[in-house]
Design a protein. Structure first.
Length: 96
């Protein structure tokens, strides 16, 4: 029973993810125009990375939404490295 509980907790921790979405303009975009893997170290304390969505889309009026996601594998890597390596994915969706 103890092994089953440990396996369940490990599977839950590994499969967890977080996603932040910011809708800027109305529109539908199925595929991201720009997808960037961002690397942070030591839990990202005092670090930032910037993507100029207006530059990517060719104007602020063409930006539909932006997303930042921490997938299950990103969480796994963060846990295994004890927070030394903290990857995330950033996406920009543009109107055509």
């Amino acid at each position: 029973m103890k092994k089953l509980m440990i396996a369940f907790i490990a599977a839950t921790a590994i499969s967890g993810c977080a996603q932040q979405t910011f809708k800027i303009n109305n529109g539908i975009a199925v595929k991201p125009t720009n997808e960037t893997k961002q690397t942070f170290f030591v839990h990202g304390i005092g670090q930032s990375q910037t993507i100029d969505a207006a530059l990517v889309c060719g104007g602020a009026d063409k930006v539909i939404r932006t997303e930042v996601q921490e997938s299950g594998m990103d969480v796994f890597l963060r846990i295994i490295t004890i927070g030394i390596y903290t990857p995330r994915e950033a996406r920009v969706y543009c109107a055509k």
